[in-house]
Design a protein around this ligand. Structure first.
Ligand code: DOR
Ligand code: ZN
Length: 407
């Protein structure tokens, strides 16, 4: 039996926790605070096909290190996850890898929308967490931007009661701007090419289709004031439209190109500080429901390629809780808001079964992020060198205790 004594709860009480174990141990938790373990509704753990960037062995370690015990994995794999059979293959590989590291990470998969495989939606409705539509191109080959296929996807998803998650960037507008800025070598042009307007236009269409067919809509990584205004309006109309924000759009802006160069590339791109402000406002008025890390590891060598060849995306799953806890100390959000964004809202929106996974946090701990100690296989972070206050100390996943100082 493991006894965890006198951990603080957010409402000011102290409780003892008891864990079934062959080990006999007492942990003094007087200086620790109890949180429900985090849910990350947006990760790319790269299996199958991208194992040199991340696997579920390294990804699960990174999740646990960040207090995350539930993840939703995206379908832009190689091959992309667009059929029941490919889902089953992926599940088998993932479960093998989790077994190898003995981490009971709760995992859910998105089905990728492909115009020739929309019949897979009802075939897989019981085993997926949602349907992911790439309205704009990104890593992988899952682009579905023609109107007819989009209409069909929303119709079938609504009929199957499957939530539609959209990567909302308008491909046509991206391609026009790409031509306009062809030959530019400065990575800052990424943010011009993938404009605010491209994001807003796609969100507008997604909301229209969701309303037309009665689908539930989840807009991943919202990054602009314009998208948030559209989503706010849809929510006010009573539509089941939900918004996710990624940590990089909250904690970084387009100034980052100067220091980070091509490492700063991400889709949707980093935006102006005005957009960042709009995101924080949208957290305040609950237009933003969840935080999804969009943990998208690429090797440093890949990220250092020239603009045009370097891939988009950041690893971040193990740092999003510390980033939020640090933001709490800076009075940017409350502990209640953190719990809502990282646990309660994703659980409600995706109708997840309740579990008793928790994370014990040392709110006073101050630590500087260094790449060397990261668990992600990518071993780099856009936040390297940042000093944050508030770090998880123990994660309990499915009754198993992880001491994060010994991970
Ligand atoms: O920056 C991104 N990286 N955005 C995406 O939409 C995909 C992701 C990836 O898988 O690399
Ligand atoms: Zn993503």
């Amino acid at each position: 039996m493991i006894e965890i004594r006198k951990v603080q709860t957010s409402d000011g009480h102290r409780i003892d926790l008891f864990l079934e174990s062959s080990e006999s141990r007492v942990i003094d938790a007087k200086h620790l605070m109890l949180f429900p373990a985090l849910i990350d509704p947006h990760v790319h753990f790269r299996v199958p096909g991208g194992e040199h960037k991340e696997t579920w062995e390294t990804g699960a370690m990174a999740a646990i290190a960040g207090g995350v015990t539930t993840v939703f994995d995206m379908p832009n794999n190689t091959p992309s996850c667009i059929t029941k059979e490919r889902l089953a293959d992926k599940r088998a590989l993932v479960e093998q890898q989790l077994k190898r590291v003995d981490i009971p990470l709760r995992h859910y998969f998105y089905l990728g929308a492909d115009r020739n495989h929309l019949k897979e939606i009802p075939r897989t409705e019981q085993e997926i967490v949602g349907l992911k539509i790439y309205m704009g191109s990104s890593t992988g080959d899952l682009l579905m931007n023609d109107r007819e296929a989009l209409e069909e996807a929303f119709r079938i998803a609504a009929e199957s009661d499957v939530i539609v998650a959209v990567h909302a960037e308008d491909e046509e507008l991206i391609q026009i701007r790409k031509k306009e800025f062809a030959g530019q070598t400065d990575p800052k042009y990424h943010s011009f090419i993938r404009s605010n307007l491209a994001a807003a236009k796609a969100v507008e269409l997604a909301i229209h289709l969701a309303e037309k067919y009665g689908a539930r809509l989840y807009v991943v990584h919202t990054s602009t004031r314009e998208e948030l205004d559209l989503i706010r309006r849809a929510k006010n109309k009573g539509l089941p439209v939900f918004a996710e924000a990624a940590p990089h759009h909250l904690f970084l802006d387009d100034e980052a190109y100067q220091e980070m160069g091509t490492k700063a590339l991400v889709n949707p791109p980093l935006r102006s500080s005005k957009d960042t402000e709009a995101l924080w406002e949208a957290i305040e008025d609950e237009t933003i429901d969840t935080i999804g890390t969009d943990h998208a590891p690429h090797t440093l060598a890949e990220k250092m390629k020239p603009f045009g060849a370097a891939p988009s995306g950041f690893p971040s799953i193990e740092l999003y809780f510390p980033l939020l806890l640090d933001a709490y100390h800076k009075k940017k959000l409350s502990l209640e808001q953190i719990v809502s964004l990282t646990h309660t809202r994703p659980q409600e929106i995706f109708r997840l079964p309740i579990n008793d996974d928790v994370v014990l946090v040392d709110l006073e701990k101050v630590k500087t992020i260094d790449n060397e100690h990261l668990k992600t296989k990518a071993k780099w972070s856009p936040y390297a060198g940042w000093t944050l206050k508030g770090w998880p100390r123990y994660t309990i996943a499915n009754g198993k205790l992880f001491d994060l100082e010994k991970l």
